[in-house]
Ligand binder design. Structure first.
Ligand SMILES: Cc1ncc(COP(=O)(O)O)c(C=O)c1O
Length: 390
């Protein structure tokens, strides 16, 4: 358990520009990650066996750190190029019926559908709960004896809702729970033991850049999910083995080809920074930044789609339709980076997001709030100057 003092260097390491509130889309790389990447690249350029071996050892380091955070065996963990590739392995090897949400990020829905189309062993049952937020009740409505697995994002990319893994686990008994963790891993303090498969990537909240995907397949998951996409790095024997060797019994079976050690090095450094700071502490900071964003939205009367009692770092604003474009423009004018989709604006602050960035957000919200007062009350009989004073 990290002590609170370790959080300070982590928070200070956020050295990107002010106004960055798009961590749910992309996490600017941490200084330690950038330094590690350069150092490892130099080692790989030296041609010395010791340097090449040292960089290769990053893969094991990254797997151990992931296993530590998930509180599982290292044998359960395998590196992946992306979250989606981890989910591809899970869905393609699954049989029966999987429940997924129609509004979830495509990584779950599309991989499930592709598995259905290519193998015909998996039926996809889509649910469409209110606001697209997956709850245990919503899963219960779709549950029957055909269901073998439930797939859900721990933090929903669209609304920021934090799923209740423990409640879903209790509901589904020993069926498999497959979790897309990319918007949650490292920035939420949850009991991961509820999940059988956990897939993520380090290029958002972990600040590790792309190519830093990982997946956990529990014993139960490995018993029931065939490693049908297993390639050369997940097989017994070695390159000189003849015939078609069987897949390994560890999670390595769910891999196509060897991991990029430069990516593993970035992930390992990013994870070490986070575990040194303390993930519960980081999660607390992330929640408090999200709360600050919600407070600003409340102050300027902008509705929020995110459940106030179940969220992590994502806060989705849902301004009135006529406010959406002016708000996006005001945010851009104030140098605030967010993701705007249709009429919603996704704001994602990290633990190291500072007061200056939140002030820029507040300024943009205030600008549109003031404009709205003018537009909304002027037709009602107030003269325009009165409205502006208000
Ligand atoms: C919930 C969710 N899952 C998966 C992805 C894509 O991840 P990857 O590129 O690692 O496959 C995203 C990207 O935004 C996401 O929000």
């Amino acid at each position: 358990m990290a002590d609170v003092n370790d959080l300070a260097p982590y928070l200070e390491s956020f050295d990107g520009v002010e106004g960055y509130l798009d961590w749910a889309a992309f996490g600017p790389l941490s200084p330690a990650v950038r330094a590690e990447m350069l150092a490892d690249a130099e080692l790989l350029g030296s041609g010395r066996r010791s340097g090449i071996d040292l960089v290769a050892s990053r893969v094991g380091e990254a797997r151990e750190l992931i296993a530590g955070i998930l509180a599982c065996s290292v044998d359960d963990v395998v590196m992946q190029p992306s979250t989606t590739q981890g989910l591809m392995h899970a869905m393609h090897g699954l049989a029966g019926t999987v429940i997924v949400s129609a509004q979830d990020f495509p990584a779950l829905r599309v991989t499930a559908r592709r598995a259905h189309d290519s193998r015909g062993r998996l039926t996809v049952r889509e649910i469409d709960p209110p606001d697209g937020i997956v709850t245990a009740d919503a899963v219960a409505d779709a549950l029957d004896d055909d269901v073998t697995a439930v797939g859900v994002s721990l933090v929903d990319f669209r609304t920021g809702a934090l799923a209740d893994l423990a409640a879903i686990r209790e509901l589904i008994g020993d069926r498999l729970l497959i979790v897309d963790a990319i918007q949650a891993f490292g920035v939420t303090d949850v009991d991961w033991s509820a999940a059988d498969v956990v897939c993520g990537n380090g290029y958002k909240w972990l600040r590790a850049g792309r190519g830093t995907g990982f997946a956990r397949f529990s014993d139960r998951a490995r018993e029931r999910i065939q490693p049908v996409l297993s390639g050369i790095s997940g097989m017994q024997g070695d390159a000189s083995s003849l015939g078609v060797p069987a897949p390994l019994s560890s999670a390595a079976a769910y891999q196509v080809a060897p991991t990029d050690p430069l990516a593993a090095g970035r992930l390992a450094v990013a994870l070490r920074e986070m575990t040194d700071a303390g993930i519960p502490e980081i999660a607390g900071e992330v929640r408090s930044r999200a709360q600050a964003v919600m407070d600003l939205a409340d102050r300027y009367g902008v509705p929020i789609l995110t459940p106030r009692d179940r969220h992590a770092g994502i806060v989705t604003l849902q301004p009135a339709p006529h406010d959406a474009a002016p708000l996006s423009a005001a945010l851009a004018n104030h140098g605030v980076t967010i993701t705007a989709r249709g009429a919603t604006i996704r704001v994602a602050a990290h633990a190291g997001t500072g007061a200056d960035t939140l002030r820029l957000l507040g300024d943009a919200l205030a600008e549109v709030g003031t404009t709205r007062v003018v537009i909304d009350v002027a037709p009602g009989g107030l003269t325009l100057p009165d409205a502006i004073e208000a």
